[in-house]
Write a protein of this length. Sequence first.
Lengths: 264, 279
Amino acid sequence: MREMSAKRVSSVARAESVLGVENVSFAYEDGAMVLDNLNLQIAAGEFVALVGPNGAGKSTLLKIMLGLLKPQQGRVFLFGQEQRRFKDWWRIGYVPQKLEQSNPHFPATVEEIVMLGRAAKIGVFRWPRQEDRLAVTRALELTGIENLRHRMIGLLSGGQQQRVYIARALAAEPALLMLDEPTAGVDAESQARFYGLLHNLNKELGVALVFVSHDIGPLRHMLDTVACIDRSLCYYGPPEGFIDAPSHFAVATANGANRTENRA
Amino acid sequence: MFDWLQLEFMQRGLAAGLLVAAICPVIGLFLVLRRLSLIGDGLGHIAFAGVAAGFLTHIYPLVTALGFTVTGALGIEWLRSRQKAYGDLALAIFFYSGIAGGVILLNLSESFSGAQLFGYLFGQISTVSITDVWLILGLGIVVVAIVTLLYKELFALTFDEATARVSGIRVSALNVLLAVMAAVTVSVGMRIVGLLMVGALMIVPVAAALQLGRGFKATLLWSVLFSMVSLVAGLGTSYYLDLPPGGTIVLLAVGLFLLTSIFRTIVAIVARSDAWRRA
């Protein structure tokens, strides 16, 4: 079992790199070092979980990868191109943590929100065309929310909203999907369906996934790689090896459990 | 009933007013949804200093107001993007500087009448000149064109700034553009409803449209419709009842807001009793 997945990872590693992080260090203004000389490569079609204790820099790393934060040191490559020269942002889908939009009365339909995911692909100064409307329909079908198309975003449940944000990220048919703790505050049934969706995206459409999470338990059998972040890379390899290293796993799950308790 | 439309000054006022009524809520929607509802009002305060500077320098006050509000809007946007804490405090300081500076500039200049000043404060649609119409038309068309061309980018920015940034939208440039468009809107709107009430035309029709609970584009179009209805009805009413047009237009917009709020409450009550009956 372990040998098999090790082989799978090595074949993935040879494929085209969709995301490269090289010697990245980041400190906040108060001087606290969050990331220290971090290196990470993600290949096309790879499913990677970014785990680590609270405040270990997972979300910071994700923001650096997406260009929302600038590292003091190091470089980020997207599809082989240096980030600041990168133009094809539609190739990357981003699913933020829930409640990015905190106004429950925001006037927008599900369809309108999902169409926003096509903005970069449509191009500036242009309006959506037939192919864009078809892509939105496909994204809605893929996430199973075709029936919610004309509903107002603020009136949906947490699990439904999460699927809207995934549909938005998928609307441009990206090759890389980045998810920032997307299951926080979502009920168990929706979570299960959500993991199934991720599995399909990864295995059938070949979308590379970067998943920031406290708890990789339910994902274990789908992942190619676990990258544990605690200022620097504290584990990198197949999920089986990560689970075999009890100290890392204990840290990650203990924090995951804490969080759940806090919420309840 | 429509004989007031025969009058040439009313035609000019209506032409300029309709364009102002169209762009005010369009810019207002983006501001309201980003919780910047009072920026229009604040820019009106800064326009006051601009008008006073116009009186002092004998430059057309609409032009000086434009200069002041654009500069002010850029300053506000710069502060907004830099510091998070006490953001509204920084804005308030800007606005009071506008009023204080305006009073001093007025005191220095002697070449204006009280009626003129009153017209800029509360609107003076009857004195809209053909130059005003062209100026408002030109600026209004630019604003409409920009919003049409950048509709999805402005919508994305308003919905969720981080995701907009990740999808390659140049968020800071767009923020600056929005601030400048707000300044232009305030300056041209000032001519119609006055610098003290232009902020109202930017947000009250939006508030009314939001009560309908529709999508983004629908809300945008409804707010423009409410604004235009208020303008036409306000102009007509003010002519027949001899009321100041600026105040009449704004109060009619508030009336529409009250109507849509009542409509929304009734819809909610009906839906709830329906669900209750079924349960």
